[in-house]
Design a protein around this ligand. Structure first.
Ligand code: ATP
Ligand code: MG
Length: 325
């Protein structure tokens, strides 16, 4: 059985970019292999310094996954910080990482450009991510297109370690990217991202959801004029929710004219409400019993730790990191 590994940052509420780019695949893949999914709380410290918020987000992310169909009997779901071997391996990998490799990091540059503080954690983010992946001998990493380079770095670092210590200590993973939803645009047209404040959250509802959808940026083509669906953020999002037939129908209306962006937004709003309706109910129920949520994380953490220790032990050994406990 293949080992599938992926993580998500608890840096804010999960959004439809996370869902179509990652979570949906995570949930589907729990049927196919041995899946490990974790909440990247150490990673989120690079953009969030609020303990209360981080604690809250961690539980929120867990509730989201469970409501969206994650089955903890099939997939191991846990918090990154419950596996200390990850930070241990990250340090060791860091000693083999050329500074120039990090300097080429696209997501670092993107985040700095978006106004995040250029801290060392953000700079070495891909090293910690590599440790997350490599510590379970992962085969497949389902992610969005934005993560492609980070997975390449992971492969690179695994290779560097194996070369330096002359053995197959770390397994070289492959990414799994679903092309049609590779990058979900946010309401401002940039990549939808928690740290850009341009998201539509999966579990937003009522007025709040409506306000978000209505503020999707569009061009200023007048209502009566024909519009190009392939050049519009609203249509890009509609495509995620509608089947082919419905997509064609709406594209036709765009091209005919007399159909405004406001109409398209209303259509999209209804689609979002329907699509996540059932999960929203389930989440509401689950939020009443947080003990279960904590149990899931505790048990997931235990399983992940055991697995990580199996990989870490020979690494310490070969690197000469002596344990005096
Ligand atoms: P942050 O802004 O804190 O980086 P994020 O919203 O980008 O948060 P991550 O936790 O970095 O979310 O990513 C979680 C998963 O969701 C990753 O696999 C990533 O590829 C995917 N993902 C994030 N944003 C998008 C998007 N706009 N389109 C498709 N996939 C996405
Ligand atoms: Mg991101």
């Amino acid at each position: 059985k293949k080992t599938i590994l992926s993580g998500i940052q608890p840096s804010g509420k999960l959004h439809i970019g996370n869902y179509f780019g990652a979570i949906r695949q995570h949930i589907a893949m729990q049927e196919e292999g041995e899946a490990f999914y974790f909440i990247a709380n150490y990673h989120s410290l690079t953009s969030l310094n609020d303990g209360e918020k981080l604690r809250e987000n961690t539980i929120d992310v867990t509730l989201d996954y469970l409501a969206l169909g994650l089955d903890p009997k099939k997939a191991t779901f846990f918090a990154q910080s419950d596996v200390p071997q990850v930070t241990e391996l990250a340090w060791i990998l860091g000693t083999l990482t050329p500074v120039s490799l990090m300097e080429k990091g696209v997501s670092y540059k993107d985040k700095i450009a978006a106004g995040l503080s250029p801290n060392i954690g953000l700079f070495t983010y891909p090293i910690l991510q590599a440790a997350d992946i490599l510590i379970y001998h992962s085969d497949i990493v389902p992610v969005g297109e934005d993560q492609k380079q980070n997975i390449e770095i992971t492969r690179d670092l695994a290779g560097k370690f194996n070369y330096a210590y002359e053995g197959e200590y770390l397994k070289i993973p492959e990414e799994h990217i679903v092309k049609s939803v590779a990058v979900v645009p946010g309401i401002d047209g940039r990549k939808m991202s928690k740290s850009y404040d341009n998201t539509i959250n999966i579990f937003a509802e009522g007025k709040q959801l409506k306000k978000r959808v209505m503020s999707i940026e569009t061009d200023s083509t007048p209502l009566d004029d024909p519009k190009d669906p392939e050049n519009d953020n609203v249509f890009a999002l509609i495509k995620l929710f509608a089947d082919k037939e419905k997509q064609d129908e709406i594209a036709e209306k765009y091209r005919a004219g007399g159909y405004g962006y406001g109409h398209a937004k209303k259509e999209l709003l209804g689609m979002i409400e329907d699509y996540f309706g059932e999960a929203r109910e389930k989440r509401r129920e689950m939020a009443k019993d947080l003990d279960y949520v904590h149990d899931v994380l505790r048990e997931g953490g235990k399983k992940a730790r055991e697995r990580a220790e199996e990989v870490m032990e020979p690494i310490r050994e070969v690197a000469g990191i002596v344990n005096h406990r």
